[in-house]
Design a protein around this ligand. Structure first.
Ligand SMILES: [Zn+2]
Length: 276
C-alpha cells in the first residue's frame, strides 16, 4: 500500500524518478516517433496540383503558418497562386514578453510575420492581422468567426488550412471555430495542419490537466488513429524558404526550435483533410 510515509520516503522518490527517467520518458519518445512515422506511412502524396489551389491559411499566432505550412505557402507563391494568411492573435504573451514586454513583443511579432511572408515569396499585404490578444480566442469566438467569414467571403478560396487542435487553447479554439464555420459548408476544401505534432505527446489534443492527460493518453491516440490519411505535400525545392521563414521568427524558435526544425526536416508537410 502506498501511504504518505512511503511517498515522502527519499528512497521511494528516487525509485520513482528513476522509473520516470529510465523507463517512461524513453518509452514516451519512442511512442511519439512511432506515432509520427505511422502518420507519414499512412499518408498519400498530394504534391501534384498542390501549387494550384488559391488558399486561405489560418494561424493562431505569428509563426504557426510557417511551422505547419511554410513550404506549401512558398510552393503556391512561386506558382503565382493567390494566398492569404490570417494571423489571429498578436502573440504578445510568449516567453520573450518577460524580456521586452508584451506591447513591444506584439509589435516585433507583426514585423516578423511580414518578414516570414516575404521569405515565403508573398507580398506584405498577403498577411492579415486580426489582433486579438494572445490567449483570448476562447472569449472572442463570436468576433473571430465574423472576421473569418468576412475574409472567406471576400476571397472565396479553393482551400482553407486551419490549425490542428492541440494542447494550446488558441490552437484548439481556432480549430473549432474554423471547422464549424467552414468544414463541409464552404465550397473550399478544408484541411488541418499539425503544429505541436512534433512535440513530446503528439496525440494529446485536450487541455492540460491530470485527468485530461490520463484520458488523452488513452482516448486521443484512438481518435487520431481513426482519422482519414493525411495528405502529404513534399517540401522539396522549398525547404530554404521554409527555413528562412522560421528564421524570421528566430526569437520564438529559440524556445521551440528543436522540435520545429525536426519537423521541417522530414521532407513533407502533412495536412488532414476534413469533411463534414
Ligand atoms: Zn501557436
Amino acid at each position: 500500500m502506498v501511504t504518505t510515509a512511503t511517498v515522502r520516503n527519499p528512497a521511494f522518490r528516487r525509485a520513482k524518478s528513476f522509473l520516470i527517467r529510465r523507463l517512461l520518458r524513453p518509452l514516451r519518445s519512442k511512442a511519439a516517433r512511432y506515432f509520427r512515422r505511422r502518420l507519414l506511412d499512412r499518408g498519400f502524396d498530394g504534391t501534384e496540383g498542390a501549387a494550384a489551389g488559391r488558399a486561405l491559411f489560418l494561424a493562431p499566432h505569428p509563426d504557426d503558418e510557417a511551422i505547419g505550412c511554410g513550404a506549401l505557402i512558398a510552393r503556391k507563391a512561386a506558382a503565382g497562386t493567390e494566398v492569404v494568411i490570417v494571423i489571429s492573435t498578436d502573440g504578445r504573451h510568449s516567453e520573450r514578453a518577460d524580456e521586452i514586454g508584451p506591447e513591444e513583443l506584439a509589435r516585433v511579432r507583426r514585423i516578423e510575420a511580414v518578414d516570414a511572408a516575404t521569405a515565403m515569396g508573398l507580398e506584405a499585404d498577403a498577411v492579415r492581422f486580426l489582433d486579438f490578444e494572445d490567449g483570448t480566442l476562447e472569449v472572442n469566438r463570436g468576433p473571430l468567426r465574423e472576421a473569418l467569414v468576412a475574409i472567406e467571403a471576400e476571397m472565396r478560396p479553393d482551400e482553407i488550412f486551419a490549425p490542428h487542435a492541440d494542447q494550446h487553447p488558441d490552437h484548439r479554439v481556432l480549430n473549432e471555430v474554423a471547422r464549424t464555420t467552414f468544414a463541409g459548408t464552404s465550397n473550399a476544401r478544408f484541411y488541418e495542419y499539425p503544429i505541436r505534432y512534433w512535440g513530446r505527446v503528439p496525440w494529446v489534443v485536450r487541455p492540460p490537466g491530470k485527468l485530461q492527460s490520463m484520458l488523452g493518453l488513452i482516448v486521443d491516440p484512438i481518435r487520431e488513429w481513426r482519422r482519414p490519411p493525411a495528405m502529404l505535400v513534399s517540401t522539396k525545392g522549398f525547404e530554404d524558404q521554409k527555413f528562412a521563414a522560421l528564421t524570421a521568427y528566430d526569437g520564438e524558435m529559440k524556445s521551440v526550435g528543436y522540435l520545429v526544425y525536426e519537423f521541417a526536416a522530414i521532407g513533407w508537410e502533412p495536412f488532414f483533410p476534413i469533411t463534414r
